[in-house]
Design a binder for this molecule. Structure first.
Ligand code: HEM
Length: 260
């Protein structure tokens, strides 16, 4: 190791310096990986309850926040599916589930499951969990943006849940929110319901864009030495591809021209 890398004379911890592909006796190994020059640093890990759980920029905490919030939305989506199944199976038993309610349940179930549950769980939760571990990065490249990304998602979920309690209830326009049907009188939730859904989706897309940039750039720029793109685990390739596709697809949801 050259001295320029260790000008501060910081003691260096011994680490594995060779990959398994070389024979143990050989001095020159083309897969040789130099030991880390930088000592372990305390990054931005929170220490008090508030800095740890509210203003936390540590991917290890943010992934838990994403997991818990996504699982909460998943449970709401699951309960909606039970209500639909109940109506289909025993319509006489649940006369209070009207046709309008059923439309609202399908809409909210589909939207919650695909956007707020799956995307948040697999990209927000597993992205923050696996990317730093599997590419050998200490954290995400933009920890502050990572924190803001989660809170945008959290507020988006709160706005979405609020739509269950407004006059007219949540939107029942179908889970793709077909315009202009979504705002026509006669469609359940055509007033506040659809407005809150669009506000929530906007917040989600902005939050996801922040998170997505973080995942992509961490994968591209913060891999450990020796972790070439071709050596990168397939799981990370999967997260990378899904994020890139979502980054291209989700902003289209912000085009509200048809709703005018
Ligand atoms: C991809 C994420 C999704 C997951 C994890 C999911 C999960 C579920 C589950 C567990 C059930 C209950 C099944 C049962 O009662 O046996 C269900 C039912 C249902 N889901 Fe989904 N769902 C998803 C997406 C969607 C989408 C996009 C739609 C379309 C709007 C949808 C519409 C329905 C309907 C109509 C039912 C009731 C059907 C029935 O019980 O016969 N789901 N879903």
């Amino acid at each position: 190791m050259s001295d320029e890398y260790n000008q501060k004379n910081i003691p260096i911890k011994a680490q594995f310096s060779e990959t398994t592909s070389g024979s143990s006796g050989s001095s020159k190994d083309i897969d040789y990986v130099r030991p880390a020059e930088d000592p372990e640093q305390d990054l931005y890990h929170g220490h008090s309850l508030i800095t740890k759980w509210v203003f936390c920029q540590d991917a290890k905490i943010i992934r838990v926040q994403y997991f818990l919030t996504a699982v909460f939305t998943g449970i709401v989506g699951l309960i909606l599916s039970w209500l639909m199944r109940l109506q289909l199976g025993y319509p006489d038993l649940v006369p209070f589930i009207t046709a309008e309610h059923y439309y609202q349940f399908v809409t909210m179930h589909g939207m919650i499951m695909v956007v707020y549950f799956l995307t948040a769980l697999f990209l927000g939760g597993f992205g923050n969990y696996l990317i730093p571990l599997m590419v050998g990065a200490r954290d995400m490249v933009f920890p502050y943006v990572n924190m803001v990304s989660f809170w945008m998602f959290f507020i988006a979920v709160c706005v979405l849940m609020a739509s269950f309690f407004v006059p007219g209830g949540p939107t029942g326009a179908g889970w793709t929110l077909y315009p202009p049907q979504a705002i026509l009188p006669g469609t359940p939730g055509s007033n506040m319901g659809i407005i809150l859904m669009l506000v929530s989706l906007s917040l989600f897309v902005i939050g996801f864009t922040m998170g997505g940039l973080n995942y992509l750039i961490t994968i591209l720029q913060a891999r450990t030495r020796g972790m070439t793109l071709m050596r990168m685990p397939l799981t990370i390739w999967g997260i990378f591809t899904a994020t890139a596709l979502a980054m291209l697809a989700f902003p289209a949801l912000l085009d509200y021209d048809d709703f005018r």
